[in-house]
Design a protein around this ligand. Sequence first.
Ligand code: CU
Length: 147
Amino acid sequence: MSKIFNAVITAVALVSAPLAAHATATIVHVKLEDKTTGPKIKGMVMDADKTSVPAGKVTFMVTNESKALVHEMIVMHAALPVTKFPYNKATQRAIESKMHSMGEVSETRPGKSGTLTVNLKPGNYVLMCNQPGHLMSGMYEKFVVTK
Ligand SMILES: [Cu+2]
């Protein structure tokens, strides 16, 4: 019995080792939140479960936890502070065409989710929502890609 058990363990180890070495994409879960999400949320929040990942493929799984507002998540190749971002005061949005976006999960309705897979080089990034006024309300998070 124990010989068989050991054989099974060995087989599992042999199968899983190459998979681990070939890790495909790092998964990052991102929650988009605001006051309508629940009583614990005070403002507009970009909440990623990892804010530092190794370079390579990254899959963002984004869920809009709002009950009322459309949100989005843009992976911007930029360093903080957001007050230095090109900004249109009239529309209350960062000027994306003057920035370096790596991709986005755009215009996500309340309760909906979306995914984005991008290949990221080491550097400083900001996960941000560019719905009118949301960025300056704090809906962003610093994101670092390491070597
Ligand atoms: Cu938003």
